[in-house]
Design a protein around this ligand. Structure first.
Ligand code: F6R
Length: 255
């Protein structure tokens, strides 16, 4: 694992943007996996800047999002589809045909999930998957207890996640309880995963993820098994770590 600890959220966003921009420049027809939530917003702003200021080209990419709430149509203010278009896609040269986001209103959820898996395969797999982490150690909506080999499917959200997400919803009755999510197994097939975490709220989850046992109780801990996990976290998110993580080397803090 390559773990980089940076000073703060701004530096984290800068570093994540460097990684993603390099991927797009080196392989313009990359397949990228995107996450939603608060954490990648700084990254997405920097990608927009790179498009506007130096013509970073998104036109050949294929994209897959990790997850979507069940019951919200793509145009719903709080849907992840809406988030992606308003936060990133509307501001760069991406068209709908390049973009894949699970459909929250799919009539047959199971076949939709299978279709989603097939589309990832047909696209040649994901080159770089951007990930955030929940305070409970979830990745995408694979909550604690999710099978580490799981595939795209419908999941009940943990009550903590429902509470954490509630801040994004004006009408608390609309806070979803189910999501379609790529599985841990799906995510781990990406050639590279880029896990981002910022703030003290994530410190405990990052300790379990990087220094704990690999366990379904911390689905993000599966990054320990990935062939190239790149973890970029800020000082606050790293504050509970017992070890220094530096250039892939792990040492006790006092050495
Ligand atoms: C979103 C997703 C979630 C978030 C996680 C962290 O697509 O998959 O796992 O990455 O809940 O959310 P924030 O960044 O808002 O703290």
């Amino acid at each position: 694992m390559l773990v980089e600890v940076v000073d703060n959220y701004e530096k984290l966003s800068d570093r994540a943007a460097e990684v993603v921009i390099q991927q797009i420049r080196e392989k313009p027809d990359s397949t990228l996996g995107f996450a939603t939530g608060g954490t990648p917003k700084g990254l997405y702003n920097r990608l927009i800047e790179a498009h506007e200021e130096s013509g970073l080209d998104f036109s050949k990419l294929t994209t897959f999002n990790l997850d979507e709430y069940v019951g919200l149509p793509p145009e719903h203010e709080q849907s992840y589809a809406r988030y992606m278009w308003s936060t990133l896609f509307n501001h760069v040269n991406v068209t709908e045909s390049q973009v894949h986001i699970p459909h929250g209103m799919a009539e047959d959820v199971n076949s939709h999930c299978q279709w989603y898996e097939r589309r990832i395969e047909e696209a040649g797999g994901i080159d770089l998957q951007i990930l955030g982490i929940g305070a409970n150690g979830h990745i995408a909506f694979n909550e604690p207890g999710s099978s580490l080999g799981s595939r795209t499917r419908i999941k009940t959200l943990a009550s903590k996640t429902v509470r954490d997400n509630a801040r994004y919803f004006e009408d608390q009755d609309m806070v979803p309880e189910y999501a379609i999510t790529m599985g841990v197994g799906t995510i781990m097939e990406a050639d590279e995963v880029l896990l981002l975490a910022s703030g003290e709220r994530k410190a405990e989850a990052m300790k379990k993820t990087l220094e704990g046992h690999i366990t379904a109780m911390t689905p993000a801990s599966m990054v320990q098994m990935h062939r190239f996990a790149h973890v970029v976290i800020d000082e606050e998110a790293a504050s509970e770590l017992d070890y220094q993580h530096h250039h892939g080397i792990v040492e006790p803090k006092d050495e």
